[in-house]
Design a protein around this ligand. Sequence first.
Ligand SMILES: [Zn+2]
Length: 310
Amino acid sequence: MKYIKSTILILLILLVIPVSAKNKIDPDRLKSKCESILGDNQGTIIVIDLKSCRPIVVLNPTIACSRESRPGSVFKLVTAAALLEKGKIDPHEKMNCKNNFRFMDKKYICSKTGGHGKVNLFEAIAKSCSVYFYEKSLRISESDLKNTAEKFGFGRSMPSVSAPSKPSPGKCTPPSDPRLFIEFAVGDEKGIKITPYQSANMLCIIATGKPLEKYGDDPEFRWNTLKILRKGMEMSAKTGTCKLISKSGIDGAGKTGTPTNERIPDKTHGWFIGYMPAKNPRYGVVVFLEDGNGSAHAVPRGVEVMKILR
Ligand SMILES: [Zn+2]
C-alpha cells in the first residue's frame, strides 16, 4: 500500500513539473526576445499577463505610455461595442460592401479592391471592412461613441506604469460633422488618439472583462458584447487580417490597424492587438510601429511574440 502511495506521488510530481516549467515565463528573457523582434523599428511591444491583468513586458515605455496616435481599425472594436451596448445592431445581419460608401458629398473607400461583399459584424471585424462601420456608425451618437471609448480608457488619464515620463491621456473628441464622425468611427480622424498602453488596456477588457491593474473600476460591458468582439477577433486570426496567427499554428485572436501617420506624410502606423489562447486568454500582445502597416508589419511581429508564449 505504502509502495503504491509513493508511486502515485512520484507520478503526480512528474506530471506537474513539466506543466509549471512550461507556464513559467522569464520576463527578462522575454523582453530581450521582444527587443530582437522589434529590431530597428520605432515603436513598442507590450505583453500582458491576462490572468493578473499586469504587464510582463513594456518595450520603450515612453512610446508605450506617451505616444499618442490614431488607432485606425483597432478602434472598430470600440464602435462595435457602442453599437452592441446600445442595441443598434444585429451582429448576424449582413450588408454588402462594394468597396465604397457615398455619404453626403464624399466617397469613402474600403481597403479591399472590389469590396468585401456580404459581411456581418463578425466578418467586418475579421476582414476590417470600413464600409460596414461607416454605415453602421450613423446609428449612434457622438456621446454614445465617446462614452464607450472612455469605458475602454481612451481620452482619460491613466496611472503610471514604470514609464519615465507622464502617461498621456490621448484624445477622444468625436466631431459633430457626420462626414468626419464616420472617419472617427473607424479610428482615422484627428479627434481620436490613443497610446499603445491604452490599447493594451482595451485588449485586457475585451479578453477578460477587467481593465489593467490600477486602471480603474470594471467598465461593466455586457458579457455578450465582449463575447461578440472576441468572436470577431478569433475569426480575424483564422481567416481575416490576422490569419498569420492560425497559419503559424497558434490558437489566438487579433485585430489590426493601419491609420494615417500624422508625423510622416503618406505613411501609416502599424497596429496589432491580440491574445492567446482564444478560449481561455492567458497572454495579450500589442505591437505598435511608428511607420508600418497592421497586417503586413505589426501582425508578423505579434505572431513572433505569440510563438514564444505558446
Ligand atoms: Zn469592405
